[in-house]
Design a protein around this ligand. Sequence first.
Ligand code: HAM
Length: 454
Amino acid sequence: MSRTREFARLPGFRDFPPEEMALRNHLFDAWRRVSRRYGFLEYDGPPLEELELYTQKSGDEIVGQLYTFTDKGGREVSLRPEMTPSLARILGERSRAMPKPIRWFSIPQLFRYERQQRGRLREHFQWNVDLVGADGVEADAEVLAVALDGLRELGLGVDDIRARVSDRRLLAALLTSVGVPEGSLLATYAVVDKVEREPRERIAERLTEEVGLAQATVGGILDLFDEPGLEPVARAFAQDPEVTRRVAEMREFMATLEDLGLADFVEFDLTIVRGLAYYTGIVFEVFDAQGEFRAICGGGRYDDLLELVGGEPLSAVGFGMGDVVLADLLAERDLAPAYRRAVDHFIVVIGDEQASLARRVARALRDAGRSVVYGVRGQSVRKQFSAAANEGAREVIILGPDEVAREVAMLRDMESGEEREVPLDGLLNPSPAVRGEARSAESGGNRSQAAGES
Ligand code: HAM
């Protein structure tokens, strides 16, 4: 007995029909262009890794969201929830032989079993850009500049996005000076990371109960976040040499971004802590300027991770930028380019006798790099023209019995409606000039072209 059943997509996962795929390619193309502009090379790794790669150093939040299982060989494995541990593992195997610094980028699909909400799904694509083996704030600033340029490339400006920056070492110095013991720093970060999303009472309760801090210390921590700008912090802790050192470094970081023409996009904000456990220095997140959406991008310096997964001790700084919030923001700002199909030629065949010739013309033009579609056998001329319009054909090649008898074809420019006759021989032997102008059908390139023209 046959049974039928309807299948739906799993919650938090997406399909990418061509129009969604074109938007995805539009993002990826911009990300790739900007990465290359800064000298970064593309890499990838496997989507499945050993579970322990994440349980070691990513932090409890992400470990609670892993898609994990035991494979048929009895290995505990996990779909990758982020790229940074894979990058550390890959470089651990090969960085010794590589010149430093290493500039690598990747656009992996990542999987996290999250509670579904606006901007957070169970699968997303994430542009990862990492600069490995470079100390100093210029490296941190360079990486943040890549992130901001990636967003500028998509049409977002200073009214649309804001990078909020802090430094875990500065936060550690401040927390230590209000009485947080060193052993409780990581647990404290995990709580204060939520200081913007949870009410103060809840934060205080968690710091007392989960981290085990004294009342006075909890009060001191909350005071820190009442005025989270750089100047109030610098003033209040002017006597603390570690705080003073970190504040000076932060000013240098800001000055570097000013040289790079990006100062207006960046502000210091002590509430930026980052959820992942491995960050050791400057950390940042990029948000929409109105603060309506979740973070578009997050990153920072992580100087211990490569050594922790078995590589040479190498400093590193990088970020991950997701496609989900970014696509929402582009749609809201009307910056998602209109979807447009495009093929170079559609061959309209009048009479089945021309079908073989149509295939030979298509073969010749495709070999010359052109995109070519032709009508379904037996379709009326009217239907073929409407199919040509549906395909977004730039030019229609009409092969009718009278023209073919005279060894010509009629070309119609679909935009202007102009028609002209060309020798069949020319279509069957396209000139090298045609080869040089190759266009691809429905690629991201066409989308940005469409955007440029609209
Ligand atoms: P993350 O903050 O976990 O950092 O993720 C970076 C970005 O990925 C987020 O700002 C968000 O745009 C996007 N994202 C994360 N989770 C989801 C989700 N469930 N659905 C949609 N988008 C999401 C990291 O993953 C670090 N490994 C980034 C990094 C690279 N740090 C250094 N190098």
